[in-house]
Design a protein around this ligand. Structure first.
Ligand code: BGP
Length: 487
């Protein structure tokens, strides 16, 4: 029986280009979907959390494209990593980080998405960043698309529902493999691919009011992403022998509210439709049969090209990754109390405490999830994101005391250790938002995840200087002891 973390366990941190880089219009970068998400500063937190502010509309999107500058568009300034990556990576090295999960911005490499040749400055930027990581022996985990779709691909082609995007995406993937084959240790074609369903703007570049048949567009887009994923696995294995390519979902662990069979059936469906569908296609290589009925019941018809099914079957991924933040309840009842979750509204669990943003904290759910994922696919598992979004205070003396984050991380890392003892082949953990960055769902700096504090406010004011939080020293100790010293 395994007792603890394997000795080469990959302790790390994760970020996404659109949330951390800033410099949205520098170095030849094109505009992307994240650059167009507005923030409404005069609202309360509760109002900001209201779905109508988070949902992208054509009106908001068209307006964003005419606005120059960062005002009201926090993704455009991020944490300024574009200019400060050396400082950030030195801090990661000081912490002892073994691996950095970051995303490459598609619009930095291909500003319009469909360009014939890549943008040299964008290519050079990531070469420099990777070299800096290698200087300290930090491995690289690249997310090839973390939500930010070049706006031109949405405007000229209608986003991922158009099969042309498979061609543009694989051209981009080929460029990344040619350029960075010696630099990158793990590849992830799509961040949280199930976002295509729970947030189609993020996942597929779809705007609801532009679609005649939204659900159809969603599942067609997802099919194109599955095809692009399989082609990317094929290309990686051919171009870079021995390369490792994974898939990832935002894992929504569901508990049935009661032992009423109706609740149990709802839980089964919630798990199938929000989680398993995606990993079944990419890790097993087949559309699961339970989706046939779902598509039929919902009037969805997926256009497939001859050979698509064979392609999916031939090129499953090498490992399965997921993000894990909270769990929720499945119930047949309509009037169950609600709370917020990662870009979704969740049913509340009376046994769990919630974060300031209503996300229900559940380390045991992580152990359950790890067991379920490993049992089902028998492939190595990676936790690509996990962490706590909270309001932090920078003290006069430059310290930040965040015991709540340490508690969250400790309990989740303990659960990981239990899962390893259960037999799960877990090989890495990249804590989300290792350095403060703009929150994806709330589009603000004040929801902070980092163990490194960034002195910037929601409107991009501040020095952007970096400060080590108490959790920085805690994680440093955790890494140095390979997960043994969690005090
Ligand atoms: C995941 C995304 C990240 C991210 C994280 C936390 O879904 O992959 O981009 O930000 O959730 O969410 P939030 O920033 O909304 O708190």
């Amino acid at each position: 029986m395994k007792k603890g973390f394997p000795k080469d366990f990959l302790w790390g941190g994760a970020t996404a280009a659109s949330q951390v880089e800033g410099a949205y219009n520098e170095g030849g970068k094109g505009l992307d979907s994240q650059d167009c998400k507005p923030q409404y500063f005069n609202l309360t937190r509760e109002e900001k959390n209201d779905w109508k502010y988070k949902q992208m509309t054509s009106e908001k999107y068209e307006l964003a494209k005419t606005v120059e500058g960062i005002a009201n568009y926090p993704f455009r300034f991020g944490s300024d990593q574009y200019h400060r990556y050396k400082e950030d990576i030195a801090l990661f090295a000081e912490m002892g980080m073994k691996i950095y999960r970051l995303s490459i911005s598609w619009a930095r490499i291909y500003p319009n998405g469909d360009d014939e040749t890549p943008n040299k400055e964008g290519i050079a930027y990531y070469h420099n960043l990777f070299n800096e990581c290698h200087k300290y022996g930090i491995k690289i985990f690249v997310t090839m698309l973390h939500y930010a779709v070049p706006t031109h691909l949405m405007d000229a082609y209608g986003g991922w529902k158009n099969r042309k995007l498979v061609e543009f995406y694989t051209r981009y993937a080929k460029t990344l493999f040619e350029e960075y084959k010696d630099d990158v240790d793990y590849w992830l074609p799509f961040n949280e691919i199930n976002a295509g369903r729970f947030n189609p703007y993020n996942g597929c570049g779809l705007i609801k009011d532009r679609e005649e048949n939204y659900d159809q567009a969603v599942y067609q887009s997802l099919h194109h992403q599955f095809v692009a994923n399989a082609l990317t696995v094929k290309m990686a294995h051919e171009m870079i022998p021995g390369s490792k390519v994974g898939c990832m979902i935002a894992r929504f662990c569901h508990y049935a509210a009661t032992c009423d069979p109706k609740d149990q059936l709802t839980q089964l469906h919630d798990e199938q439709y929000t989680n398993w569908f995606y990993t079944d296609v990419m890790a097993r290589g087949t559309y699961p049969s339970y989706m046939d009925r779902f598509f039929e019941d919902n009037g969805i018809h997926i256009e497939m090209k001859e050979g698509d099914r064979e392609l999916l079957k031939a090129y499953p991924v090498d490992f399965v990754a997921f993000s894990y933040y909270f769990t929720q309840v499945s119930t047949a009842s309509e009037d169950w109390e609600k709370t917020d979750g990662n870009l979704v509204i969740a049913n509340k669990n009376p046994y769990l405490e919630s974060s300031e943003w209503g996300w229900q904290k559940d380390p045991t759910g992580l152990r359950i999830t790890l067991n379920q994922v490993y049992d089902r696919y028998q492939k190595p598992v990676f936790i690509a994101e996990n962490g706590l979004g909270a309001v932090d205070t920078l003290e006069e003396d430059g310290t930040v005391h965040d015991p709540y984050r340490i508690d969250y991380l400790r309990s989740h890392i303990e659960a990981m250790k239990e899962a390893i003892r259960d037999g799960v082949d877990l090989f890495g953990y990249t804590m989300w938002g290792i350095i403060d960055l703009v929150s994806c769902g709330s589009i603000e700096m004040s929801k902070r995840y980092g163990v490194i504090y960034v002195d910037a406010d929601d409107e991009g004011r501040g020095t952007f200087d970096r400060y080590k939080k108490d959790s920085f020293y805690w994680y440093q100790k955790c890494i140095a002891s390979n997960g043994e010293d969690l005090n």
